[in-house]
Design a binder for this molecule. Structure first.
Ligand code: ATP
Ligand code: MG
Length: 414
């Protein structure tokens, strides 16, 4: 096992375009790091540079104490699982898993011991004599995983390993990967598009945009204290709503109505900006008729038209259209395109209690928890209301729990 340290890593492909631009990131020994970002932001490129399948244009890559920039992939002792894993169709499950050990010319006795153990870990024991064509998608995925973990690698690298599985299998495999990583305690970097994977699998999440690292923190830090508009919009589903607002003292005038800033600190951070973008998560709205008196006091109520509602049993989504000034509307559309979001940005998505009787095509009173809103600089995207101390606490709070789980689940030594 080893830490992975990236120092000012740059990757320029032939045309000079920086696919990865000055990324510095420390993955600690035994840590599970998630890498997320829109398509083309450089996730796979970064992973391939760690493994050595791609040259590093500039910067330093360390595995443990060793600089590996000029070290061949096979000398790096890392294991990678790709999205399009290929199993050898003519080999049994046993031999597929054994493959890296055979390559390394390990003695038969050791191969048998390790394959048996890996198969046990992945619940493949009863399928060892089968060929891959006789396995389900999830079982094949587990064989690919087995091939990666059968070697005692210093780190595992996963590039969207579950993306071609159906939702149910993906859910099962997600739990298995999480359990496996905790049990083995091996440093892992995992690339994904999937919100749930990003939020649940890792110790920390790193968000990339156009080759540039935006923020690294626990899932909760990214969700509650995003550094900018991009991270705020990328993490969470449905996405955070962004409402343009003109500032008048401590009050905000938005297309949904007028309400107060979260506090004096927010007003100070906004300074003399005349316009800000207000970020409100869907769950920080509520049907005003369901909000208790004391709760009302720490938020604001707005009257809005409801376009469409979706009752999901455990919650109710309502879509609230609004008009935005042309320049800001264009900016929000651009962001929404970049985030691959199908959400039309001049409509707010709100998540209400399932008991709400709000009906589509009517006006409704919605309560906004204004203590939970964020204010963004429309020019730079910076989150003006981010609380650095609280953010650091959120990431620190996440640390002991996973580390403790690891130490109680002793790694099995083959
Ligand atoms: N061999 C190459 N030559 C030139 N440009 C490349 C090459 N490989 C990737 N790129 C470009 O580098 C950028 C990053 O690509 P990369 O594959 O790392 O993205 P990604 O984040 O993994 O995207 P996805 O989520 O779609 O897999 C993209 O703009 C891509 O077009
Ligand atoms: Mg990729």
């Amino acid at each position: 096992m080893a830490a992975i340290t990236m120092k000012n890593i740059v990757k320029r492909y032939g045309d000079g375009f920086p696919a990865v631009n000055d990324v510095s990131l420390d993955v600690r020994d035994g840590e599970f790091m998630i890498l997320v970002g829109p398509s083309g932001c450089g996730k796979s490129t970064l992973l391939r540079m760690i493994v050595g399948l791609e040259d590093i244009t500039s910067g330093e890559m360390l595995i443990g104490e060793r600089i590996v920039n000029r070290i061949a992939p096979r000398e790096r002792n890392l294991s990678m699982v790709f999205q399009n894993y290929a199993l050898y169709p003519h080999l049994t499950v046993y031999e597929n898993i054994a493959f890296p050990l055979r390559l390394a010319k390990r003695p038969d006795e050791e191969v048998r011991r390790r394959v048996t153990e890996t198969a046990g870990l992945l619940e493949l024991t009863e399928h060892l004599d089968r060929k891959p064509s006789n396995l389900s998608g999830g079982q094949r995925q587990r064989v690919a995983m087995g091939r990666a973990i059968v070697r005692q690698a210093d780190a595992f690298l996963f590039d969207e390993p579950l993306s071609n599985l159906d939702a149910k299998l993906r859910g099962q495999m997600r739990t298995e990967i999480s359990r496996l990583q905790r049990r083995l305690g091996v440093t892992t970097v995992y690339v994904t598009h999937d919100q749930t994977e990003a939020m649940t699998l890792g110790d920390r999440v790193a968000v990339l945009r156009k080759g540039v690292l935006q923020q690294v923190g626990s899932p909760r830090e990214l969700y509650e204290q995003p550094v900018n508009l991009f991270v705020a919009g990328f993490i969470g589903s449905p996405s955070m709503n962004f409402l343009p607002a003109s500032v008048d003292g401590t009050s905000l005038s938005t297309p949904l109505g007028r309400f107060e800033m979260p506090g004096e600190q927010a007003a100070a951070a906004v300074g003399d900006r005349g316009v800000v973008l207000v970020g409100v998560r869907p769950e920080h709205f509520e049907d005003a008729s369901l909000v208790s008196e004391d709760k009302r006091a720490r938020g604001s109520i707005v009257q809005v038209p409801v376009d469409v509602t979706e009752w999901l049993g455990n919650e109710l989504y309502a879509y609230v259209p609004y008009e935005a000034p042309a320049d800001l509307a264009a900016q929000l559309r651009e962001l929404s395109r970049e985030l691959d979001s199908d959400q039309l940005r001049t409509q707010a998505v709100v998540s209400l209690d399932a008991s709400s009787l709000i009906a589509e095509g009517t006006e409704a009173a919605l309560w906004i928890d204004t203590s939970r809103i964020h204010l963004f600089d429309p020019a730079t995207g910076e989150n003006l209301t981010r609380d650095e101390d609280h953010a650091a606490r959120l990431t620190r709070a996440a640390e002991p729990s996973r580390a403790a789980q690891r130490s109680t689940q002793q790694p099995t030594e083959p």
